[in-house]
Design a protein. Structure first.
Length: 202
């Protein structure tokens, strides 16, 4: 009776309860630096890491998901990448200026945050039918870590996933491993800065 699957509104309520973004000049500068590193000034290995993670996950999903789930997953991934691309490729100058424009006011920053998380939500919904749940979550974690998604976003999401997949997942150790990653001293999250969270606090 209690063991019900998380519904979409559970995820929405998590979104609504997150702290409002507070983006100052320092946060903006760090975000822009991060974007430039990934798109332009970054080492080849920085960019290859991101691409390899996407490619690895897509290859994995191609074999595992139903056609309907694949369509949802692909759409969500396309939207996610669309936030970082123009005409099929990442254009640093255009992306950075658009990125900064979206941060000009609180409403735009909040929308950016919601769009970003909505993509992840749909991707995990697409993975729902996959029987090899542990592997899906490991792949998902890799992708989240590649983007330094802030703990306060990823932990509630993983809590929902762990509820969903508790037969195949050691929930406590999984969340603990996320904590270990995000509380390591040198792992400041740029997206955490962007969205007004302080990953090291608590």
């Amino acid at each position: 009776m209690d063991a019900q699957k998380p519904q979409q509104q559970d995820f929405d309520s998590i979104l609504n309860s997150l702290p409002k973004p507070a983006v100052g000049p320092l946060q903006k500068a760090k975000c822009v630096e991060f974007v430039k590193k990934l798109t332009h000034n970054g080492t080849k290995s920085d960019q290859e890491k991101i691409l390899a993670t996407f490619n690895g996950w897509l290859k994995f999903m191609r074999d595992k998901l139903s056609e309907e789930s694949k369509a949802l997953f692909k759409d969500a991934l396309t939207r996610l990448l669309g936030m970082m691309q123009r005409d099929g490729k990442i254009v640093p100058e255009v992306f950075v200026s658009e990125f900064e424009a979206k941060l000009k006011d609180e409403a735009s920053a909040a929308q950016l945050r919601k769009d970003w998380l909505s993509c992840w939500s749909d991707m995990f919904t697409a993975c729902d039918s996959n029987r090899d749940n542990r592997l899906v979550l490991d792949e998902a974690q890799t992708l989240l870590l590649a983007f330094n998604v802030p703990l306060e976003f990823s932990e509630p999401l993983f809590e929902l996933l762990c509820d969903e997949f508790e037969e195949t997942l050691d929930r406590r150790s999984y969340i603990a491993s996320m904590n270990d990653y995000f509380f390591t001293e040198d792992r400041e999250s740029v997206f955490g800065q962007l969205f007004g969270s302080s990953v090291g606090d608590q």
